[in-house]
Each structure stands twice: as structure tokens, then as C-alpha cells.
Design a protein around this ligand. Structure first.
Ligand code: UDP
Ligand code: MG
Length: 333
């Protein structure tokens, strides 16, 4: 495989048609898309840079794709891609980063929770030399306290366990420089815990604060079960700490058992043992059995992920891709 260093150098020689690519994952967002695009255009009307926007339709089954096609007819700088089915937001972001033609890219939600008006200040930070501009939510409007607490706990846990710190309360809304994009495109794992991947690549980071809005319309696609799986994915994708915990728990248990066995044997030899102690027996058997099952479960989580990684399936399949006009021209010339 080519190494990162050469890729970055070669890449700086390529001239790119746009300064900025805005990447927008879309899944059943018919009610907000027109408002979103309007606000995006307004927000970027006054910047002195060329920009394109790539909408990734993540297998929507409403009118989102038709709306996107209309937007594309009206503006030359709109590119649209449609997935063959719903592959998830992480895959949509990866697709956007693969297709992006800009010197920098901004990933933004289509539900207007991330205000497009902040993009110019993100560009400023990038011009001042940052590779990654993280956007930290100062508050989360319209989200339940349960979601806030679980999100907070999740960051605490993952930062305890993983080697690279994942900044708390930073969502997927962020700007990436070209070399950060290239670095991410090199990561081939199927487990796309993007928040972790963004942190893993390193480079110069800067974090800006903003107020996260409530959804403009439509509803969230994240149910708690999905969030739980997402959290598991994040933890198992970034650290083997649970495996270590299983090892330590096992060692502690055997240690205690050995001491207990020595005590018990000497007692039996010296004073004899009338048959008693059923409660001790049953408790020990159950606790050890439970611990073993848990440890096997932890191993299973990793094994399952290894299995998925080993198949090397693509992250997503495109059903259709219509690049923005400038890119299309470039490709045909
Ligand atoms: N999204 C997606 N694929 C999915 C789920 C969501 O592309 O399977 C997009 C969605 O259209 C939105 C963004 O990801 O642009 C964030 O989704 P959502 O607002 O539902 O998540 P939340 O803001 O509640 O975390
Ligand atoms: Mg949202």
C-alpha cells in the first residue's frame, strides 16, 4: 500500500476545482431538504471561495432523492449520490469524503441541527492552518435528558479506555483539510466509528463552540438500541480494554479460589468436614459460570467484528452518482 506521506505530497500538486466540499448525509429528509439547501446557499453566498455540495442519499424511501434532483437542476455546484440501500450515516460520510473534490470538506447534517452559517468561521480556522476544525456543542436543544446523560457517559467511558482522546460533545459536524481527508480515505476498516477515526488521524485540531439547534423538521433516526450498538462499535473498534478487563477478572477469581481451596483443604484435614455449605457452593458456581459467559461474550464481540472486517466488503454501494457540473466537465476532458 502507498504510504500516507507520499500520498499527501503528490496530492498537494493536484489542482482542485473547488476550495470547499460540503458533505451532507440524507436519510428521509424530504421535509427539511429545501430549507437546508436554501440556508446553505445563503450562508456561503458571501464567501470568496468556490464550493460544491454533495448530497449522499442513504437509501431514503421518501421524496428526498427527487428533491435533490431538482436542486441539482437549479445549481451547477450540486452533486448527488444515491446508495443502493440504507448503509448508515457513517458510510454516507465516508462516501462523501471519497467523492469530495475540494481542498477542504465540511460534514454537516441535513436537519439543520448544525447551522450552515458557521461554515465561514470554520473556513477561517482552516486558513489559519488547522487540519481539523471540530465543532463542540455548547448545549443540545430538543434532546431528552436521557440522551444527554448517555452521550456524556459514553464519552467518559471511551476516553478512559482508548488511546486517542475523542473530544466530548463534538459531533460529526467538522471541517477537514485535504490531507486529513486523504488520511481518512486510507483507513479501510469496516467499523466506521467516525468520531474515533477523526481523532485517530491526529494533525492540527482546533475546536469551536456552537449551540446545537433542535431538528428543523422530521424526526431523529437514532433510537436507543441503535445508539447502544453505536457505542459498542465505538468501544470495540478503538480499544481492547474489555478483553483486558476479562483477563483481570479471571485472574482475581482464580487467585481468590486458590486461597479458599488451601484454607478449605487444611481445615478438612485438621478438623474434618461434615457435609454443609450448599449456599457457598451454589453461589460460587453461579458467579464463576456468569463470569465465564460474560468473558466469552466479550471475546465474541471482538471475534464478530474480526469476522466482518475479514470479509472486506465495500463500505457502501452507489446506485447512482451525478457529480457537480464542474467535476463532470473535468472528468470528461
Ligand atoms: N442519516 C443518514 N443515514 C442514516 C441515519 C441518518 O444519512 O441511516 C443522516 C440524517 O439524514 C441527518 C444526519 O444523518 O442528516 C443525522 O441524523 P439524525 O438527525 O437522525 O441524528 P441525530 O441528529 O438525532 O443524532
Ligand atoms: Mg439530527
Amino acid at each position: 500500500m502507498e504510504n500516507l506521506h507520499t500520498i499527501t505530497n503528490v496530492d498537494s500538486l493536484i489542482s482542485r476545482p473547488y476550495t470547499l466540499t460540503v458533505i451532507v448525509p440524507v436519510f428521509n429528509e424530504e421535509s427539511v431538504l429545501p430549507i437546508f439547501h436554501d440556508r446553505l446557499e445563503r450562508a456561503l453566498a458571501n464567501i470568496n471561495e468556490t464550493w460544491e455540495v454533495i448530497y449522499i442519499d442513504d437509501g431514503s424511501n421518501d421524496n428526498s432523492y427527487a428533491i435533490l434532483q431538482n436542486l441539482k437542476v437549479l445549481s451547477t455546484n450540486v452533486g448527488i449520490a444515491r446508495f443502493a440501500r440504507n448503509f448508515g450515516k457513517e458510510a454516507a460520510m465516508s462516501a462523501g469524503l471519497n467523492l469530495a473534490a475540494g481542498e477542504a470538506a465540511v460534514v454537516i447534517d441535513s436537519d439543520l441541527q448544525d447551522p450552515p452559517e458557521l461554515i465561514p468561521s470554520m473556513l477561517d480556522a482552516w486558513h489559519q492552518g488547522s487540519d481539523i476544525v471540530n465543532m463542540r456543542r455548547r448545549q443540545r436543544k430538543g434532546e431528552s435528558w436521557l440522551k444527554k446523560i448517555t452521550a456524556h457517559l459514553f464519552y467518559r467511558i471511551i476516553n478512559r479506555l482508548s488511546e486517542v482522546p475523542v473530544p466530548e460533545d463534538v459531533g460529526d459536524f467538522r471541517l477537514l483539510s485535504r490531507r486529513a481527508i486523504n488520511a481518512l480515505n486510507l483507513l479501510e476498516e469496516r467499523n466506521r466509528f467516525m468520531k474515533g477515526l477523526f481523532a485517530w488521524i491526529g494533525y492540527k485540531n482546533v475546536t469551536l463552540d456552537y449551540d446545537r439547534e433542535a431538528r428543523a423538521a422530521g424526526e431523529t433516526k437514532w433510537r436507543y438500541w441503535r445508539l447502544w450498538n453505536f457505542a459498542l462499535e465505538g468501544i470495540t473498534g478503538f480499544t481492547v480494554a474489555p478483553l483486558k478487563i476479562a483477563t483481570y477478572l479471571g485472574s482475581i477469581c482464580s487467585g481468590v479460589t486458590i486461597i479458599y481451596a488451601v484454607y478449605f483443604l487444611s481445615k478438612t484435614l485438621m478438623v474434618g468436614e461434615p457435609v454443609k455449605g450448599f449456599p457457598t457452593l451454589i453461589v460460587t458456581v453461579l458467579i464463576l459460570g456468569g463470569l465465564q459467559l460474560m468473558a466469552i461474550g466479550v471475546i465474541g464481540e471482538y471475534l464478530g467484528r474480526l469476522f466482518i472486517e475479514s470479509k472486506r466488503r465495500p463500505l457502501y454501494l452507489l446506485d447512482e452518482y451525478q457529480p457537480s457540473l464542474d467535476i463532470a466537465k473535468l472528468e470528461s476532458s
